[in-house]
Every structure is written in C-alpha cells, then in structure tokens.
Design a protein around this ligand. Structure first.
Ligand code: ARG
Length: 560
C-alpha cells in the first residue's frame, strides 16, 4: 500500500505549491512507531516557504484535512502521520489477498539478466564459497524475476585450465580407474594433492602438466577422453547437491565451452592494438584504470581464465542480449572482474558497464578457513546432512507425531543453511556454527518456517472460508503486522536495487517476529465478529512469509 502517496497528497492539498514527488522522496518511516507511521521533515521547505521549520509544521497541520488518518501532529520540525489502523489495515489485507503475485512489480520490462553462479571446479569438492555463490545467485534470480526481469542462470563450470593437465599426469602416473569410479571427487583431489607434493621434488612434472593441457586445448584424443570422464564424474556429484538444494540452471556452459571462441577475442584485441608482448606472453595494459596488466595468452600460447571470461562475456551478450550481467563470485576475485570490465571497455563494448561483480564474504566453519590445498576440506554435503539430522532431532522433540518427518527435516535442515547464508549482508565474512543455524528460535530460517507453519495450523483449526470483504480489526496490536505486510513491495524493490537477498531475509524474520508477538498476546480463534478478519490476517502473513522464503530458495512446510 503506498501510503506515502496519500501522505504527500494530503500535504499538497494543504500547500498546493509543494512538489508531490519531492514530498514522497522525503517522507520518512520512523523506527519508533510513537512518532507516527510516517513523518515529514519540514526543514526541507524552510527556504521555499521562508519560515522556521517548527512554524511550518504547526501551520501545515492546521490546514491539513485529517480524514483517513487517525491523527496528524506537529512535533518540532516534524509532522507525524498516524494512519487509521482499522481502515488502512483492512486495505492492506485486501491487497495482499487479492493481488496476484503480491509484492512483485514489472520494472524490469522482461529484460534479460544473466547470472553467473555456483561455478564449482571440476575434480574438486564444492566449497562453502560455491554454496554461497549458488544460493545468492539463485535468490537474486528469483528477486530479479519478481522485479519483472528474466533471469538466465549460468553455471560457469571450472572445467578447463592447466590444472587438468596436471590431473591427467597424476592419473596416468598413479591413478586407477576403479578408485576414481568408487569415489570420484575425493580420489581426483588426492591425485591433485599428490601431484603438488611430487612436483616439489620433481619440478619437471609441472612442464609435463602444461604439455598435457596444451594437448587438451589442441583436441588430443586421449586428453579429451580423460577430461570428459573426470568432468562427467564430478558433475554427477554436483548434481546431487543441486537436487538437494532444489536449484536448477539454464546453462552449464563452463570454461571449456569457450575453447573455440577465444581466437576472435584475441583478434579483436589485436585489431584495437591493445595487446602488448611481455616476456613472450600477451598482455593488456590497464594502467589507465589503476589495475595490474592482465595476461591473455601465455608464452606457450595457452589461454587463461581471463581469456575464457572475455569469450564468455561476449558470447552472453550475443546470445542473451542481457540488460545486466551478474557474476556471483567471492570477494577474492574482485580484481579479476575489474580487469574483465576494463578490457571489455578497451575493446569498445559499451555494455561492459552492465557487468556487475556480485561479491560476497568468506565463510569459516567453527572458526576455520577452508582450503583444498591443505587437505582440510569441509564437504558441503556433510554440512547439509548434519543439518538435516539436527532438524530431525528438534522435530522429534517438538512434534513427534508429524507425518512425513524425513521430508520436513530435509526442508528445515537445508532451509536453515540456505537462510543463514542469505540473512547477512552478502559482503560480510561470517562464521558458521551448525547448532545455531538450525535452531527453531532466534534469527534462523527454521524460526521463519515455524511461524508460517503455526499460521497454517491456525487456519486448519479454524477451518473456514475467508470473506475478503470483512477485513477490519479493532485490536490495534495487529497494525504493526499489517504495516509490515504493506511493506513487501518496497522490500522486493530494495532487495533488487542492492542485489541483496538479505533484505528479504531480514524482512521475513521481522514479519515472523511481529506476527508471533501478536499471536502470543491475543486470541486469534476467539469466536467473535472479527474472527474472519483475523484469519485473513493469518492467511496474509502466511502467504507473504511463504513468498519471502521462496525468493530465498527456502521451502515453507505447512507443518513442522
Ligand atoms: N570456478 C571459479 C572458482 O571456483 C569461479 C568462476 C566464476 N565465474 C566466472 N565467470 N569467472 O573460483
């Protein structure tokens, strides 16, 4: 409900020379509701009206027509507006219940947004960082779509590069087919670790690795066959995780896909005279951007991560004609994406401006950093399995007779990890303690899910059709909840503007908390004239919580 418009219109009515849009922009929502639902700072009018702000406030309030409001008062330089909760609240409930896709907008005009997300590396386990990329990317895809865009989710698999040459060498020297088949990723990681240990003693191994990668790039049959096999086996494991998270992709074109698309990038750079030879390698100078030079081709002619990203960016522009191109990748690759944008700009592509690095902070688990090299790997699938187990324990305690316990434990356990990942500003680093993440109380996903399940249980108990024409509630305690319901549209806009799923997560927590407070202090199911309206409120809360969770990629069980 856009009550800011109503407030602005009321002000303009009292003082016709005011600009309505400026008023709307300046109207505030006080944190403390005793200062009104909306507040207008009159000092912004002091120049125009040539009066002191306090005087303006008093004068305006005298002239204002107060119909539709509970109270409008001047307090110092502010005018505080109190909505009439009964009327405004019922309008909000009607809107929530009657609008298809309540909270969504069409700002994006169906423009395409490519989202580079997840993008784990073949032959390595998926890390917590990849989990973050996956869930942030997935949520931004939902949020973009709620803002009228068309998201395209691309998994830019790390399936190319010198490490595959090394892996082939390691496999040929020490590998066994059975071992890889039995436990693909762990075994391949072992070979990779072994390669690095052996190469310490025998540096020639590195040359051998480079040679095999060159063979791979040149399409050598044996190299391709091994690579394809490693890729297939790894992808199987990744797919299991995506199934667990219920996340789908529109494309799995990874780095290898661009193997035959890099020449044109290099040619274009040559044409534009941007390539410089440096110790046999080809680089682009980015001094003008305050960035380090970027290598495009090694001295042996091999391409790099950057070369493939340049090819991918141009391919995506050509294929999807994006209006925005997002890359959900950890903060440690900040320079890489700055260079990518700068090089595309040097190539003369104005759309380089539409590329955005959606950076995020690092997760530590129980205070420990994760790293594959050192062999200290925390496996994502273990984290998710442990989380489900903890969820099941709590369900057994709270609701032992629940049907479908396993399914619900899965939704709660996975949801807990995903929600936790999304509830903080994405650029923050944070530590992850599973027991805290899966709790049913506090700032957690299960807390929100539980509030929604409670709403469903109330509706089941009442077991009656809701009449959408009788939505007025006299109990002013509900106003806080109704007001929040009315905010959902702004929340969805803000989440997209800031590329921040946390905006939605924080809102969901807030709505759940506010609703729980109301629930604890009132008899929703009391059989009186306003029962219908209260049930409508419960329905509206449940709809909105469910949608907020959906935007985060978290399911909303109706019972738990
Ligand atoms: N595979 C890379 C990694 O794990 C992430 C790829 C991100 N996307 C990209 N287009 N560079 O670090």
């Amino acid at each position: 409900m856009d009550y800011k418009k109503q407030v602005a219109a009321t002000l303009k009515q009292a003082e016709p020379e005011l600009d309505e849009q400026i008023l709307i922009d300046k109207i505030e929502v006080p944190k403390d509701s005793s200062k009104g639902d909306y507040a207008f700072p009159t000092f912004i009018l002091a120049k125009q009206l040539k009066k002191a702000p306090n005087i303006i406030a008093v004068d305006l309030v005298e002239k204002i027509d107060q119909t539709g409001f509970k109270k409008i008062e001047a307090v110092g330089p502010y005018i505080n507006f109190f909505m009439d909760p009964k009327t405004a609240g019922s309008q909000i409930l009607a809107k929530v219940l009657q609008t298809e896709n309540y909270g969504h907008n069409t700002d994006g005009e169906a423009g395409h947004v490519t989202i580079d997300m997840s993008s784990p590396n073949i032959a390595k386990p998926m890390s917590m960082g990849h989990l973050r990329s996956t869930v942030i990317g997935n949520s931004l895809a939902e949020i973009s779509s709620a803002n009228g865009y068309q998201p395209i989710k691309i998994n830019h698999l790390g399936d190319w590069g010198t490490q595959f040459g090394k892996l082939i060498v390691a496999y040929k020297r020490w590998g066994s087919e059975e071992a890889v088949k039995a436990d693909p990723i762990n075994t391949l990681v072992k070979y990779y670790v072994q390669f690095h240990a052996e190469a310490e003693k025998l540096p020639e191994l590195n040359d051998e690795g480079r040679m095999w990668f060159k063979k791979l790039e040149d399409g050598d049959e044996e190299a391709i066959q091994l690579w394809q096999w490693f890729r297939d086996e790894s992808l199987k494991e990744f797919m299991d995780l995506y199934d667990t998270l219920d996340i789908q992709f529109d494309s799995f074109n990874g780095e290898a896909f661009y193997n035959d698309k890099m020449d044109s990038v290099v040619e274009k750079l040559e044409q534009e005279h941007k390539l410089v030879k440096s110790q046999g390698a080809q680089i682009v100078n980015l001094e003008a951007y305050g960035l380090n030079p970027a290598m495009i081709k090694r001295s042996d002619g091999a391409t790099l991560y950057m070369t493939r990203d340049l090819a991918a960016a141009t391919y995506r522009k050509k294929t999807y004609n994006f209006v925005k191109s997002l890359y959900v990748v950890g903060g440690e690759q900040r320079e890489h994406f700055e260079q990518l944008k700068a090089i595309l700009n040097e190539m003369g592509y104005a759309w380089a401006d539409d590329i955005e690095h959606i950076s995020f902070g690092m997760i530590t688990v129980d205070g420990k950093k994760l790293s594959t090299r050192s062999g200290r790997i925390i496996l994502l699938k273990d984290v998710l399995a442990d989380s489900e187990k903890l969820a099941l324990e709590q369900i057994n305690e709270k609701n032992p007779d629940l049907a479908n316990k396993e399914r619900t434990a899965h939704e709660v356990g996975t949801g807990a990890v995903v929600f936790h990942d999304l509830m903080n500003d994405r650029t923050l680093n944070f530590d992850f303690k599973l027991e805290e993440v899966v709790r049913f109380e506090g700032d957690t996903g299960p807390y929100v899910q539980y509030a929604n399940a409670r709403a469903h249980s109330i509706l089941r108990k009442a077991d009656q059709e809701i009449d959408e024409n009788q939505l007025e509630i006299s109990d002013e305690q509900v106003w806080e909840t109704e007001k929040l319901l009315g905010e959902f549209e702004n929340v969805i806009r803000r989440a997209w503007r800031d590329r921040e799923p946390s905006v939605v997560a924080k809102y969901a927590l807030n709505l759940a908390r506010t609703f729980n407070k109301y629930y604890a202090n009132s008899k929703i199911l009391a059989d009186d004239a306003e029962l219908n309206a209260r049930l409508a409120l419960v329905q509206a809360v449940s709809n909105t919580l469910t949608e907020a969770l959906r935007l985060l990629g978290v399911s909303a069980p109706v019972e738990m």
